[in-house]
Write a protein that binds this ligand. Structure first.
Ligand code: GLA
Length: 439
């Protein structure tokens, strides 16, 4: 198992490396602007060829905006889905995410002067300033995400080569597939390369975490940038968040498929709710650590110790701690099942996670429960759960290879009967971290 370079940013709240991680912070995810390209929803598995042509098209959009010229470079940075380890990263537990073959497109070109322009095909407003005159704080707009990363990249290493940068992508935004880590890690990778830095994943992870936590003000765990930066096709990333240690576990691409169904729910409330869960877990750990002296984080506290302290915790904190203790155990079982080729066993863990998120962590919504229930009716579905933080966003479904045909229609119909609209269904493949195209 490899160990990530110490990021100097704490892996979970309460860990001591960064006092700023304990400050109350706003949680704002990338703006919910729907799909970059609605036509890509509900189509069969995309392939590398398709990504190639989408990026070529993005290059044309760049030329329309910034003019033709030599030296335009194209980059792709994936989104991620987390299969197991729900809400464990900021509790110091293990997580099992995977990068997806949809994400952020970045086109850029060096300028003759020192001006930086950050534009997007999804947003009207662009950012533009001289590199020596970047703002001192975030402004609440979409470009906070890449700009925070730029500020970090330039700290102690000022640059004089300006860049024109155009962002775009084909990931549902704000839907629990980590569009924010995708743009932050992608920015670190692409702009780092444009400025002649070595494309080290840990450098991108540190810059992305700094940008999200310190610039944008999101109190996020480490899972998302690790997943985006370090994933490999055909594998899930196994990340022990307390130790920041990771390894790649084979995911049977031959026989398993991943579908993601978007509930379409984007709740402003989710920002406060996510922070509240982080705070509840911190409080539960404060109470439990007296009874589990060796524990360094909530994920270290065994289920039996939680039960012994249930009265002291009170019903709400006991539910949160029960989710965390059971999810740690389930995630380790899911790992064993995956490695043993026990796909039904792996799927059962995924589905049990949804139950726990609904009953104990209370982050599901009726739309997600409906998708999960409909998925379970379909022959060949092995497991289903909400993914990301919850409160809306997407459900992830693990299917046997032969079960894909007709699955989207089945779920859409069941959802439509109850909610009067058809949710987009995506089939994804596992993918690699950020990379340059045509280089
Ligand atoms: C959000 C956060 C992640 C993680 C998940 C829940 O996506 O950004 O760090 O906490 O929720 O597993």
């Amino acid at each position: 198992m490899r160990r990530g370079a110490r990021s100097s940013i704490a892996p979970y709240p309460g860990a001591s490396r960064d006092s700023r991680a304990r400050l109350p912070q706003r949680v704002v995810r990338a703006p919910a602007r729907g799909y970059a390209n609605p036509a890509v929803a509900s189509r069969p598995e995309p392939d590398e060829q398709r990504l190639d042509s989408l990026l070529a098209h993005h290059g044309e959009r760049f030329a329309e905006r910034f003019g033709n010229g030599s030296g335009t470079r194209l980059f792709f940075s994936p989104g991620r889905v987390n299969l197991m380890g729900a809400h464990l990263d900021y509790n110091g537990g293990p997580v099992m995410p995977m990068a997806l073959d949809r994400g952020t497109f970045i086109a850029l070109r060096a300028r003759a002067d020192d001006r930086l322009t950050l534009a997007s095909t999804l947003e009207g407003e662009a950012f533009s300033a001289r590199l020596a005159e970047l703002p001192a704080a975030a402004s609440g707009r979409w470009f906070d995400y890449p700009l925070g990363v730029v500020v970090h990249l330039l700290r102690g290493r000022p640059r004089s080569t300006g860049l024109d940068v155009l962002f775009g992508g084909n990931l549902p935004i704000g839907a629990g597939l980590s569009s924010s880590a995708s743009i932050c890690v992608g920015t670190a990778h692409a702009l780092g390369k444009a400025w002649g830095q070595a494309a080290e994943p840990m450098t991108s992870i540190v810059a992305a975490l700094w940008g999200e936590r310190e610039w944008v003000g999101v109190r996020c765990g480490i899972m998302d940038p690790y997943a985006v930066a370090l994933s490999r096709p055909g594998h899930v990333l196994w990340l022990e968040c307390k130790q920041e240690r990771f390894e790649h576990l084979p995911f049977d691409r031959e026989n398993l498929r991943i579908a993601v169904v978007d509930s379409g729910i984007r709740r402003e409330l989710a920002k406060g709710d996510f922070n509240r869960r982080v705070a509840e877990c911190a409080r539960a750990f404060e109470l439990l650590r007296a009874h589990a002296p060796d524990a360094e984080c909530l994920a270290d506290v065994p289920a039996a110790a939680v039960e012994r302290s249930a009265d002291e915790l009170g019903p709400l904190l006991a539910r949160r701690a029960r989710h965390v203790a059971s999810e740690v155990e389930r995630t380790r079982r899911a790992r064993a099942a995956l490695l043993a080729g026990d796909h039904p066993g792996f799927g059962r863990c995924v589905s049990a996670t949804h139950e726990s998120l609904r009953e104990l962590y209370e982050v599901s919504v009726p739309e997600l429960d409906c998708i999960v229930a409909a998925a379970h009716e379909w022959q060949g579905v092995l497991g289903a759960r909400l993914t990301g933080a919850g409160f809306g966003g997407c459900a992830v479904v693990i299917l046997a290879r032969d079960a894909c045909a007709g699955f989207d229609e089945h779920v859409q119909r069941a959802f439509e009967q109850r909610f009067g609209r058809r949710p987009p269904v995506f089939f994804f493949r596992s993918d690699a971290g950020p990379r340059e195209y045509g280089s």
